[in-house]
Design a protein around this ligand. Structure first.
Ligand SMILES: Cc1cc2nc3c(=O)[nH]c(=O)nc-3n(C[C@H](O)[C@H](O)[C@H](O)COP(=O)(O)OP(=O)(O)OC[C@H]3O[C@@H](n4cnc5c(N)ncnc54)[C@H](O)[C@@H]3O)c2cc1C
Length: 461
């Protein structure tokens, strides 16, 4: 069955990695990458490219890997993606490029994500950078937010010669890549900072610690600072809660706060940043964020239970993350939903009261609707609860920008094709428009907006 099975990838042993914050996946060696690249059938009509929201020429870069032309492979990827080392690690390839791979019909899809990661890591280790524009075109564009959408939009515009400045509220650039996704999945200094540096090397200026809407408004950037167009890529950082009794108790956190403390302020490294080191932690939710919060709490020494109201088949997290979480010893309490957070007399969490659920008819999302089983409530003892129920955009930007339309979920209304908003020469994309989604969709939106902004200047010359 030669070629039907992918070349296996090395990972840290589950027992070892459950006690450290080092990267779980160790990546392919050169020999392994070349062998895996040899499995690509180089299809005439490559469906994998259609499955990639930034349309990387996948067969072409994989062919170069199989020929050991790693630098050429990197140049091909970087024509379409500013963040290949990030995407190679965190993209849901199984439902995108790899989900379309012909090899996947009778065997395992080519490990496109792992090959992308290999190429990007090889380029970084060998000092290969993307190619900057030869000359500037004299137009100034502001980008709000340095997450994947902002970095992509800024990088693409810089390559076209625009003079781009990214305004970022936090002290470090990268958005969720630095403050959300944990070190053990996405190393910050080695990978994220290096790809941010690549965007800088294209000529993009970064202004950190600038909260647009407080430090300066979009209208001021355009009317007083000479920016002719703006891209808003400010993400969806506002956590949701359930609204159940006890949610204000000491020991209840949003996953965002918990992960930000751990990642950005390095609380896991015994720094001065306070972080909850619970003995028994309940994480509520079943997405990637819930898996990250659970696996972080585990590494900080807790017994961790993930409470999710549907069954395993509906878990929205990537299959690989669920698999890793289980291997590390996280327990999944499925088809259960919290109804109350229990506290002691001093207001500290002592447990969660949950009710069992069963699956009914499909809802508007197409997933079967969870229905409460009457009289099935019981208590789970714990000292910490982490709520991971999704996020929505912060209203600061929309509230301080004249004429910017938002929908009833607080998301900025923008065209999917070019990111155009209701306000002239203002574009938007990523989680700020779609609500919490994925890195690659945010990058796709940044790319589309860069094209839209360029078309705007071409048409208004
Ligand atoms: C814990 C976690 C794990 C995830 N795991 C995955 C995964 O495995 N795979 C995947 O594909 N996706 C994952 N996601 C989702 C993915 O990270 C997001 O969809 C993506 O980062 C969205 O990109 P963005 O550019 O729209 O926004 P963000 O990454 O949120 O970046 C927005 C940036 O804008 C800045 N900003 C906000 N307001 C202002 C303002 N007023 N002024 C200036 N700057 C501002 C923010 O500080 C931030 O840096 C995860 C998300 C989280 C939270």
């Amino acid at each position: 069955m030669d070629g039907f099975v992918r070349v296996p990838i090395s990972e840290q042993e589950p027992k070892v990695r459950a006690t450290n914050f080092e990267e779980v996946c160790l990546g392919y060696t050169e020999e392994e990458a070349v062998k895996e690249a040899g499995r690509c059938l180089n299809c005439k009509n490559p469906k994998c490219v259609g499955g990639c929201p930034v349309s990387i020429n996948i067969p072409a870069f994989i062919h170069e890997v199989s020929e050991r032309n790693f630098e050429k492979a990197y140049q091909i990827i970087s024509e379409s993606s500013a963040l290949p080392a990030v995407c190679g690690r965190v993209c849901p390839q199984e439902t995108q490029c790899e989900g379309q791979c012909i090899r996947g019909i009778k065997g395992e899809a080519v490990a496109i994500g792992k090959l992308e990661r290999f190429v990007a890591d090889w380029a970084r280790e060998n000092g290969v950078k993307p190619t900057p524009a030869e000359k500037k075109n004299g137009h100034k564009v502001a980008v709000i937010g340095s997450g994947p959408s902002g970095l992509t939009c800024a990088g693409d515009l810089a390559k076209l010669g625009y003079d781009v400045t990214i305004f970022e509220a936090l002290q470090k650039a990268g958005g969720v890549l630095v403050y959300g996704i944990p070190e053990f999945r996405l190393p910050k200094d080695k990978v994220v900072a290096a790809e941010v540096e690549n965007v800088k090397s294209l000529g993009v200026t970064f202004e950190t610690n600038v909260i647009v809407g407080k430090s300066i408004t979009i209208d001021e950037l355009m009317e007083e600072e000479g920016f002719e167009a703006v891209f808003i890529g400010s993400g969806a950082g506002l956590p949701r809660f359930m609204g159940i009794p006890g949610e204000q108790a000491n020991g209840v956190f949003s996953a965002n706060e918990f992960l930000t403390r751990s990642n950005l302020m390095k609380a896991y490294e015994d720094s001065d940043t306070p972080i909850s080191r619970g003995k028994k932690v309940v994480v509520v939710g079943g997405g990637n964020v819930a898996m990250d919060a659970a696996r972080t709490a585990l590494r900080l020494g807790a017994e961790v239970h993930v409470v999710y109201r549907r069954s395993e088949a509906e878990l929205p997290a990537r299959a690989e993350e669920v698999h890793h979480a289980k291997e590390e010893g996280i327990q999944f309490d499925l088809l259960q939903n919290p109804v109350e957070i229990l506290t002691d007399d001093n207001g500290w969490v002592t447990g969660v009261r949950v009710i069992k659920m069963e699956l009914g008819e499909p809802d508007e999302s197409g997933r079967r609707r969870p229905v409460e089983v009457e009289g099935s409530e019981y208590n789970i003892d714990c000292d910490t609860v982490i709520m991971s129920l999704g996020t929505s955009p912060n209203p600061l930007i929309s509230a301080t920008t004249k004429g910017l339309e938002v929908n009833r979920r607080g998301c900025i209304v923008a065209e999917e094709t070019d990111g155009k908003t209701s306000k002239a020469s203002v574009y938007a994309g990523g989680d700020a428009v779609t609500g919490a989604a994925t890195v690659i969709l945010a990058m796709g939106a940044g790319k589309a907006a860069a094209k839209g902004i360029d078309a705007y200047f071409q048409n208004n010359k």
